[in-house]
Design a protein around this ligand. Structure first.
Ligand SMILES: NC(=O)c1ccc[n+]([C@@H]2O[C@H](COP(=O)([O-])OP(=O)(O)OC[C@H]3O[C@@H](n4cnc5c(N)ncnc54)[C@H](OP(=O)(O)O)[C@@H]3O)[C@@H](O)[C@H]2O)c1
Length: 333
């Protein structure tokens, strides 16, 4: 396994982490618990040491699963989880939480509960899942500073935060990593976020690095997603947009053919090639795909290839928002 380092404090993680959300939400069907535990433990055996979960995945059941699967390996792994959704309040029509709270007392309560579910007494990397407009980020950063002093968390991060918020937070308590969506399917972060993270020496953890599986070439233009599959609510995946956007998938397939690798490996290899401080967290429930994804670490691109690919990606105009409006409203701007 190759390793990478996140942030000034050089948190050492495997070059790819494992995104665990799909074990309990968004992409059904879900595995029986014993099979999910097997996949998670195989990931450790294959050299993955970086596991990504959140209080809200399930909610709660994802952390519970990781607690059961990873307890025997606790000292070898880096556990990342997230706080910040107000789970007692408002949901959208797909029953996804749309209320936030990062009040210090709510963070402390969430942390204590996450520690119990994860069967541990510390979190390696604790992210604010969404920026709470009602709680000044300075207050959140002060709380993180206290929790680090208390040894309950070792590092902290932000997810889907604006550069303005990141700067304010980092000035109070250094941020180790920012997590946001990034892939060949969604490249907005290249504009402002990545240059800011480079300047501040903050690591970057791209979520949905396979574009929620579209970049693997697994779906075709006419794929319809089941009602309980989150992709059925995402405008970018509706029939009209998918039909238009498929031009990108065909391009990724062409690159894969040229390099004699899989489309998923092009998508992940391309992300790894962008910066040495980028650590994607693809999600899968299958050991065979886990192995395919890990092999993307060996896919390399010359500077010339990268520049040619990026030029081509710039020429593709993707259609449709990446989130339904209820989720888009929660993004810090
Ligand atoms: N901070 C945030 O707000 C946020 C938001 C979304 C996600 N995340 C984190 O990011 C992680 C990854 O994102 P994601 O799960 O949304 O998207 P993703 O990693 O881009 O894609 C996951 C999908 O790809 C499929 N897949 C994985 N490897 C494959 C392969 N080699 N060949 C074919 N299909 C493959 C998976 O199916 P199978 O499982 O059936 O293999 C699953 O449907 C999540 O698990 C979560 O931890 C964070």
């Amino acid at each position: 396994m190759q390793y990478r380092y996140l942030g000034k404090d050089k948190l050492k993680v495997s070059a790819l982490g494992l995104g665990c959300m799909g074990f309990t939400q968004s992409y059904p069907p879900y595995l029986p618990e014993n099979e999910a535990i097997f996949v998670l433990q195989q990931a450790v055996d294959l050299g993955i040491n970086f596991f990504d979960t959140a209080e809200v995945y399930g909610p709660y059941t994802n952390e519970e699963l990781l607690g059961k699967a990873l307890k025997p390996y606790r000292s070898q792994i880096i556990l990342a989880t997230k706080f910040g959704f107000d789970l007692a309040h408002k949901m959208d029509n797909a029953n996804r939480p749309v209320a936030l709270s990062s009040k210090p007392k709510d963070i402390r309560n969430a942390l204590e509960d996450s520690l119990k579910r994860l069967q541990t007494d510390y979190i390696d990397l604790y992210y604010q899942h969404r920026v709470d407009p009602q709680t000044p980020i300075e207050e959140v950063a002060e709380t993180m500073k206290d929790l680090i002093k208390e040894g309950k968390i070792l590092h902290w991060g932000l997810s889907e935060a604006s550069v303005k918020t990141i700067r304010k937070a980092h000035a109070i308590c250094p941020v180790t990593a920012v997590q946001s969506e990034y892939s060949m399917w969604y490249r907005e972060v290249e504009q402002e976020l990545l240059p800011t993270l480079e300047e501040l020496n903050i690591g970057f953890v791209p979520f949905s690095p396979l574009g929620k599986a579209i970049l693997t070439g697994r779906f075709n233009k006419d794929t319809h997603f089941a009602k309980d599959d989150f992709r059925s609510q995402i405008p970018r995946f509706n029939s009209e947009n998918l039909n238009h956007n498929y031009i990108l998938i065909e391009y990724v397939q062409k690159l894969a053919q040229e390099k004699q690798v899989l489309p998923a490996q092009i998508a992940l290899g391309w992300l790894l090639a962008q910066k040495p401080w980028i650590v994607p967290i693809p999600g899968t429930k299958k050991v065979s795909r886990l192995k395919e994804n890990i092999n993307s670490i060996n896919v390399t691109f010359s500077a010339e290839e990268l520049s040619m690919i990026n030029k081509h990606l710039n020429s593709i105009n993707l259609q449709g928002a990446r989130y339904p409006q209820s989720q888009e409203n929660l993004i810090d701007k």
